[in-house]
Design a binder for this molecule. Sequence first.
Ligand SMILES: CC(C)(COP(=O)([O-])OP(=O)([O-])OC[C@H]1O[C@@H](n2cnc3c(N)ncnc32)[C@H](O)[C@@H]1OP(=O)([O-])[O-])[C@@H](O)C(=O)NCCC(=O)NCCSC(=O)C[C@@](C)(O)CC(=O)[O-]
Ligand SMILES: NC(=O)C1=CN([C@@H]2O[C@H](COP(=O)(O)OP(=O)(O)OC[C@H]3O[C@@H](n4cnc5c(N)ncnc54)[C@H](O)[C@@H]3O)[C@@H](O)[C@H]2O)C=CC1
Length: 437
Amino acid sequence: MTEHKIINGFSKFDRTQKIQWLIEQFHLDAETQAFLDSFQLTNQQWQAVIADLSENQLSNFHLPFSVAPNFLVDGQTQVFPLVTEESSVVAALAKAAGFWAKRGGFKSEIIGTQKKGQLHFSWNGQPQKLRKAFPEIKQKLLKEAEPLTQNMEKRGGGIRAIELKELPEILPNYYQLDVAFETCDAMGANFINSCLEQFGRSMKDWADTAPELLPEEQGLEVIMAILSNYVPDSRVRVWVECPVEELADEREEAYAFAEKFVRAVRIAREDVSRAVTHNKGIFNGIDALAMATGNDFRAIEAGAHAYAAQQGQYRGLTEAWIDQGKFWFQLEIPLAVGVVGGVTSLHPLAKLSMQILGNPSAKELMAYLAVAGLASNWSAVRALVTTGIQQGHMKMHLSNILNSFQVSDEQKESARLYFQDREVSFAEVKKFLEKHV
Ligand SMILES: CC(C)(COP(=O)([O-])OP(=O)([O-])OC[C@H]1O[C@@H](n2cnc3c(N)ncnc32)[C@H](O)[C@@H]1OP(=O)([O-])[O-])[C@@H](O)C(=O)NCCC(=O)NCCSC(=O)C[C@@](C)(O)CC(=O)[O-]
Ligand SMILES: NC(=O)C1=CN([C@@H]2O[C@H](COP(=O)(O)OP(=O)(O)OC[C@H]3O[C@@H](n4cnc5c(N)ncnc54)[C@H](O)[C@@H]3O)[C@@H](O)[C@H]2O)C=CC1
């Protein structure tokens, strides 16, 4: 391992100084500066926007910006913009979209859009005094947060409920304000956090000045004020359905496939090891669309994984069943996403993604994200219960393997032809290239 010195004030260096420091510390090639420069955008305006998204920026880390056409969602055709580093994800989404567009497409239902945040605090007083005063405190909280909430209220959002929770079983003198928010077209993190921090100030003020409190009960410690990424009340359900016969050319084959698919989904509901991989396949689609639209995929993942474990066992998030000759496949998932704010309208490609999606509302984007999750899960499970995952995945992965060797376009093309009907593996590609180069 390379030993390097602890450095103070690194953040104050300019970009060139940071790169020079890195080159010295890791004995990197002198060309590293030029290498990093080559990934910077030539458009200065866009480069400045990208650089400012994060800190200590040295260069840009590129991922493909792709699209999958033919998504029919609630009767409207959509093209999904996607950003992913994994081969076969986009192909899987495109294949699922085309398949279901011929069978009625994807349907969606928004179950709720409420988000939550918490003020965590300690107060050393008689709980019944706080309980008794709480209706009045609530009015104070709402009034003092008014400068923050008035614009959101004009949009139809704001604070929906404030609940006081006494939780001595977690910590002595520990309380929470559990707050429900409506944040309209924003994911809402900043709005929620600002309201909660104001609530913290208002609660402290109450504890410092309430006449009913004894001197030893005065004062209150705010532990933290933050939104929760667990958003079960901001939830969407999406599904596909069709007569079982339409799943394959032959009736018998269609039933055999549908039943096997249902069994595979059932295994993911019941078995944790399988559930995690199954849900990873769902997030192949969701994360790719979330990234393309500049949404916070860590927030989405954290919330949905917690939801997958809400019954005390981590489960697969999709369900499939056959009922009276019809095949059903659905995903119900919590999502807190935005079409304004954050990076959504800042990143030039996220802006383009929104345009491609027809500038959706946050509710529409919730549906699209869930559709992307259901679609990627459909293709993955379909491949698993039929050909196996390697056939399609490795077919798409062939380019990556070829790119890891120094081969010409001509050699790549002949490799593609050769492997069209052969199993792809790193060893086989290497063998082919050794023979044909
Ligand atoms: C990979 C396919 C789609 C091939 O499937 P195929 O039948 O060989 O594809 P095809 O060449 O016959 O083309 C059919 C359609 O697929 C799409 N398609 C096909 N190729 C491309 C391409 N190059 N670029 C863009 N789109 C493509 C496209 O829509 C195309 O229609 P067209 O555009 O020609 O009208 C299929 O085998 C598949 O869906 N496999 C599943 C792939 C997958 O899920 N990959 C994710 C990585 S594995 C993983 O992370 C998750 C997992 C599997 O562990 C989760 C789990 O366990 O549940
Ligand atoms: N735990 C978490 O998930 C945390 C996430 N974040 C980050 O916060 C960002 C998202 O926060 P936001 O508050 O959504 O972004 P934001 O603060 O950039 O934009 C939202 C604001 O836009 C305004 N707005 C304009 N038109 C609106 C409309 N039609 N509907 C709603 N609001 C409208 C409102 O003032 C609203 O508060 C993401 O980048 C996320 O990564 C930040 C802290 C914690």
